[in-house]
Design a protein around this ligand. Structure first.
Ligand code: 9Z3
Length: 326
């Protein structure tokens, strides 16, 4: 098989664990599930027709932000995974600029596309009450607010951006499966860019306390089960022709590349983006079967980020992948 396609061998997929994860996960609710499926179906249908230049449209699913692991069914406490959502939001903007349609699967409350240049609390900091009934944008923020609103509205109006929120690991994986199954029909024009920070461990729903855990009973011992690896099943069953990029985050640089290389082979990814927590905004290393590529932020330009050259490289590799499949 061509090197860019990865090897066809899959490690043993833990189907039983995956089934029991989904069977026991709390349902999103009938109404929410139907709404997500309908939105996806409409979005994929709209973006399945060829674009103006006659080429097939490309659709990328960008995941962003961290998943939570609830400790109680009526959740008061949870374990969280670190991610501000900056990488996913910025990358979404670059994919849209490159002509992709984007399904943005994001953690509620994390960074949003087109909002990175706005202050942390835009509603309170950007606007002022100019008369009894009028609210205006503060002069110092006017350009940025106008840009953010018009770019975001344009992407939505073109039907190029679908935003789907999640909070828990259960919601994330259920929605990711719906997205993958709906993007399956796009073949190699589909891409997964999995920048969300996904929990490795969780408390299975059936063994989770129903009510708030009480402190009167002394120290708390919790046993966490392993979240079954969904990447191989995404590659093999959910959307086998899609171009797949996963991210590997470590804090110990000594093991980073080795772990990324392992993920590339074990989960049959097309590329794995390796990053270290402290330097993730400056540098990433893209691990591929044909070697590693270091991508750095352009230090000579204030405001330049690492996502722009990263997305450019990925779009080029995706083009090569599509050509190799046709
Ligand atoms: C990443 O490595 C992302 O690049 C970051 C981005 C979360 C570091 P921010 O959102 O940071 O801009 O603040 N995401 C993947 C992390 C992850 O959970 N990877 C899994 C792993 O490392 C594999 S799917 O085991």
């Amino acid at each position: 098989m061509d090197a860019i396609n990865g090897s066809e061998s899959f490690e043993e997929i833990p189907y039983a664990d995956i089934k029991s994860f989904f069977d026991s996960a709390p349902s999103l609710g009938d109404a929410a599930e139907t709404k997500i499926k309908e939105e996806l179906e409409n979005f994929i249908r709209r973006n399945s027709s060829p674009s103006e230049n006659g080429t097939a449209r490309r659709v990328v699913c960008v995941t962003s932000g961290g998943t939570t692991v609830p400790l109680e069914q009526r959740c008061v406490r949870y374990i969280d995974n670190f991610s501000s959502g900056h990488r996913g939001a910025a990358s979404t903007e670059y994919f849209l600029k490159a002509g992709y349609a984007v399904v943005f699967l994001y953690r509620k409350g994390t960074c949003q596309p087109y909002c990175s240049s706005l202050p942390d609390d835009p509603l309170l900091e950007c606007f002022e009450v100019s008369s009894e009934s009028n609210i205006t944008v503060h002069q110092t923020h006017a350009e940025k607010v106008k840009g953010a609103i018009s770019d975001h509205r344009a992407a939505i109006a073109r039907g190029s951006l679908l935003k789907l929120p999640f909070t828990t690991i259960f919601e994330y994986l259920q929605i990711l499966q719906f997205i993958a199954l709906s993007m399956r029909s796009l073949g190699p024009n589909a891409m997964f860019y999995l920048a969300a920070a996904v929990s490795d461990f969780y408390v299975p729903w059936e063994s989770m306390a129903l009510h708030k855990i009480q402190s009167a009973s002394g120290p708390l011992d919790i046993r966490l089960a392993q979240v079954p690896k969904m990447l191989p099943v995404l590659r093999k069953d959910w959307a086998p022709m899609a171009f797949c990029i996963s991210f590997k985050l470590e804090t110990d640089t000594k093991i980073l590349l080795e772990k990324a290389d392992m993920a590339l082979k074990k989960y049959n990814m097309h590329m794995v983006v390796a990053n270290e927590l402290k330097t993730r905004k400056e540098e990433v290393i893209v691990v591929t079967k044909n070697g590693n590529i270091t991508i750095r932020r352009d230090m000579t330009h204030a405001g330049a980020d690492v996502e722009e050259p990263l997305v450019k490289l990925i779009v080029d590799r995706h083009s090569a992948y599509i050509s190799s499949q046709s």
